[in-house]
Design a protein around this ligand. Structure first.
Ligand code: GRG
Length: 301
């Protein structure tokens, strides 16, 4: 479990994971603005979009990896929450009519449908600003590390990450793309943020240089697996999202079909886990969490 000091205690798998989750939910709640009244729509939308039931994959991974690398303190929790705010901002924007035009997210109406497009844009900007404010305010690391943390987040959001990946997907996704192009776009949309997460965990901990490179490989494999999983789930009814959004889009599934993509997903997952086990003597908690996240793919394999 993650205590106030950040250390994960020696508990059973379910209990440890739910303690980590609970610490993230509590801290997110504290870090988001209090919505003073019902007209304070941006604050309300920031809270609703972020606190809606997501998997919390990014903060959980950051906390578990930092813990495995010997991190002590509260920096991992705040960093994980900052990354979750960045992720939440990206989902609010992704759902907008000019992008994915989605009506359902995490089982709820999307922010622009509930609050309006103006509020959705402002909410995303406010979540992003809050995330950078949190990272810049982390005070139990050196100023040099803090600067690197801010830089990592900035790169993961901008033209080396989410923004470029989203732009490529929007502009090129409706035409035929090579598998390499799809992999590159997927990496920008998903892998780069995972890469930033493991780098952040490494920076605030005591890991050696070789662990950093291996964790980067873990993140890239995980990113590819995750985007394939997301594409495979496009036809599932229980994702909390609109179904069939990828119709007419070039994805690995449209090129190779579901069975091949599922097989490839397992290759990426297995590579990810091997990298993890190279860094940690005991990677069972992280591997177990990944298995939970990819449960549906495992059942279908
Ligand atoms: C300025 C932050 C910012 C972004 C602008 C809109 C955009 C560029 C990027 C969106 C990129 C995007 C939607 C990537 C998809 C990543 C993905 C698979 C999301 C689903 O993540 P889950 O399954 O969701 O972890 P939950 O709801 O569980 O958190």
């Amino acid at each position: 479990m993650t205590t106030d000091s950040g250390a994960i205690l020696d508990l059973g798998f379910d209990e440890r994971l739910s303690q980590v989750r609970a610490s993230i939910e509590k801290r997110l709640d504290e870090l988001l603005p209090v919505s003073g009244n019902e007209r304070d729509l941006v604050a309300l939308a920031m809270r609703e979009s972020t606190l809606a039931p997501g998997k919390r994959m990014r903060p959980i991974l950051l906390l578990l990896i930092a813990d495995g690398l010997g991190h002590q303190g509260s920096a991992a929790l705040d960093l994980g929450c900052a990354v979750e705010l960045i992720h939440a901002a990206s989902l609010v924007l992704d759902d907008m009519p000019c992008m994915d035009n989605a009506s359902l997210r995490r089982g709820r109406p999307t922010v622009h449908l509930k609050f309006g497009e103006d509020v959705a844009i402002l909410t995303a900007v406010a979540l992003l600003s809050r995330a950078f404010g949190i990272i810049a305010g982390i005070n139990d690391v050196s100023p040099a590390v803090r600067t690197q943390l801010v830089e990592l987040a900035a790169n993961a959001v901008g033209m080396q990450g989410l923004v470029r990946g989203q732009f490529q997907d929007l502009r090129d996704g409706q035409q035929a793309r090579s598998a390499e192009d799809i992999a590159m776009t997927n990496n920008l949309k998903t892998g780069v943020l995972f890469g930033a997460i493991v780098d952040m965990a490494w920076l605030i901990s005591d890991g050696d240089e070789s662990a950093r490179a291996t964790l980067q490989s873990f993140a890239m494999e995980l990113g590819q697996a995750f985007q394939m999983y997301d594409d495979l789930c496009d036809s599932s009814a229980d994702t909390g999202k609109d179904m069939g959004k990828d119709a007419g889009k070039s994805t690995f599934v449209s090129i190779y079909g579901e069975d091949k993509v599922r097989a490839q997903l397992h290759v990426h997952l297995s590579n990810a886990e091997s990298n993890l086990r190279r860094v940690f003597d005991d990677a069972d908690l992280i591997a177990g969490f990944m298995a939970l996240v990819f449960k549906k793919a495992a059942i279908a394999a």
